[in-house]
Design a protein around this ligand. Structure first.
Ligand code: PMT
Length: 479
């Protein structure tokens, strides 16, 4: 598993060593150690680093912790669903142009599309297997229809016949292409092509209205001579128009414009709390804030209004996030309650369970009388209070940090604190197996439906995956 340190060192080597990078970024040696220590690089320096690496043929992805040759940097995948109209032959030229544009094309053809073009021609052009059969066992083993649908960055139906549009609008799933339309959670774009009367028919218009309301993008057909000899609107849009529409839609999508989290207010707690013993010492824990801060950044990327209430950490504030810095659990509690109402709360902070009630106003001195006896009192439980507040957020997510009996204790915590989901992680391990302060995490999600164990991944990947789950929840609950 790569971590920030390894990727950063590899980037330095590619750029000719430390001195070359110091010169490039106009910083001293201590700044480089500081970036490494904090696992963060200021945005302007990071842009310079990425630019210099790109000039040498490397793609630096610090969130995904990858340094890959530009030629292998992930292309965006379009799943092209070709349905059965005379314009199907135009899908071949469209595929080629989309590939020239840098997209990876995977084709799916309906039975009637195969009356017009062969899967072989599309496969020869795209260099990818073309899928058509919902019930092919080999395909299910190699790539089930759900994975096919989920693996794409965008589903493009081109040409889309009136019949296929009707099936999409009404949720029919009797072949591979229509099943994919139901199973996918990525943006869907429809480029219709049909006879002008069919295009103008109220049934087709109503079906398209349904799909547009549901978020599908329409690339309207053009006026002119159609294959059936009539003049009117119904010709498949020009490939360049389709490509521009796809570029724009994917750009909007990656900027979070399509996300149900757009405009939602999300409250996140992160980091440790420090409970003072005296003005010099405190009771605290090992949380670095990496997981909570990664979540805040991931929510902000989706267009949410994010308020991050954080204990003392050595991390840069995430972009586009309101950050409230506190020291103690009581301060974190007050800051969180002052934010209500919010749409969603995620409690990733490692809040100290107790504070010291008999601490000193001045530094406690060592005396011959012996060791001071600290008296502790319980801190307010922020997660439980949010879950039971009259202004309860629609979705409340807690974490559980356990050193043993992870699932059992986490389940009990979810019930006791009355939150919707618990993200359980086993703390106490060291190095790559650890959680506190590490760049990666291994979590188990416990929700109303049961338990999902997610493989160990970077904290950024865990955050992105959790945010996808939150998006799906808000999508289903339409709040
Ligand atoms: O910060 P990192 O180094 O990246 O490490 C990440 C993490 C281990 C801190 C994080 O993944 C995590 O597990 N956070 C919760 C840690 C914790 O305190 O767990 P807990 O099991 O003690 O508490 C259960 C839940 O109640 C947590 O959501 C906690 O935020 C919340 N809580 C606890 C006590 C309290 N007084 N108020 C709370 O809100």
């Amino acid at each position: 598993m790569s971590n920030f340190h390894t990727i950063f060192e590899a980037a330095i080597q590619q750029l000719g060593g430390r001195e070359a990078v110091q010169k490039l970024l106009s910083v001293g040696a201590s700044a480089l150690s500081n970036y490494r220590q904090r696992a963060q690089i200021p945005a302007a320096k990071r842009a310079k680093l990425e630019e210099a690496l790109a000039a040498k043929g490397w793609h630096l992805d610090l969130e995904g912790l990858q340094l890959t040759p530009l030629s292998q940097a992930r292309q965006q995948r379009i799943l092209l669903l070709i349905t059965g109209g005379i314009a199907a032959y135009k899908a071949l030229d469209l595929s080629r142009r989309l590939m020239d544009r840098g997209y990876q094309i995977r084709g799916v053809m309906t039975r009637s599309a195969m009356e017009f073009i062969t899967p072989l021609s599309l496969s020869a052009l795209t260099g990818e297997k073309v899928y058509s059969d919902l019930f092919s066992l080999t395909d299910e083993a190699e790539m089930g229809h759900i994975r096919l649908a989920r693996d794409a960055d965008l589903v493009l139906v081109a040409p889309a016949t009136a019949n296929f549009i009707a099936k999409m609008a009404h949720g029919l799933a009797d072949d591979l292409a229509s099943t994919i339309c139901l199973a996918t959670d990525c943006p869907v774009m429809i480029a219709p092509a049909m006879n002008p009367n069919m295009w103008a028919h109220p049934a087709t218009r109503a079906n398209l209205d349904i799909l547009i309301k549901r978020g599908a993008g329409l690339i309207a057909p053009e006026d002119g001579d159609t294959a059936c000899g009539e003049i009117g609107t119904g010709r498949l849009a020009d490939p360049q128009v389709i490509i521009s529409a796809i570029d724009a839609r994917l750009a909007r999508h990656s900027a979070g414009a399509d996300s149900p989290l757009q405009g939602k207010h999300i409250l996140i707690t992160s980091g440790p709390t420090f409970e003072p013993i005296d003005p010099v010492r405190y009771v605290g824990n090992h949380s670095s804030g990496k997981q909570g801060h990664a979540l805040a950044a991931a929510c902000a990327r989706k267009g949410a209004k994010v308020t991050l209430v954080t204990g003392p950490v050595h991390l840069a504030d995430p972009d586009q996030v309101e950050v409230i810095k506190i020291q103690t659990a009581k301060q974190m509690y007050d800051a969180c309650m002052a934010q209500l109402p919010v749409d969603c709360a995620i409690c990733a902070a490692a809040v100290a369970d107790w504070h010291v009630v008999n601490g000193g106003q001045q530094k406690i001195k060592k005396t011959a009388k012996g060791t001071p006896q600290l008296a502790l009192a319980e801190n307010p439980d922020i997660l439980a209070s949010l879950s039971q507040h009259e202004n309860r957020p629609s979705l409340v997510i807690g974490f559980a940090a356990e050193t043993e009996n992870l699932a059992e204790y986490a389940r009990a915590k979810r019930a006791r604190k009355k939150c919707d989901w618990i993200v359980a992680n086993q703390v106490g391990g060291t190095g790559e197996a650890g959680v506190f302060g590490q760049d990666s995490n291994h979590v188990t999600i416990i929700d109303g439906d049961g338990m999902q164990d997610w493989p160990r991944a970077s904290k950024k990947e865990i955050a992105d995956k959790l945010v996808q789950k939150i998006e799906a929840w808000f999508h289903d609950h339409k709040r």
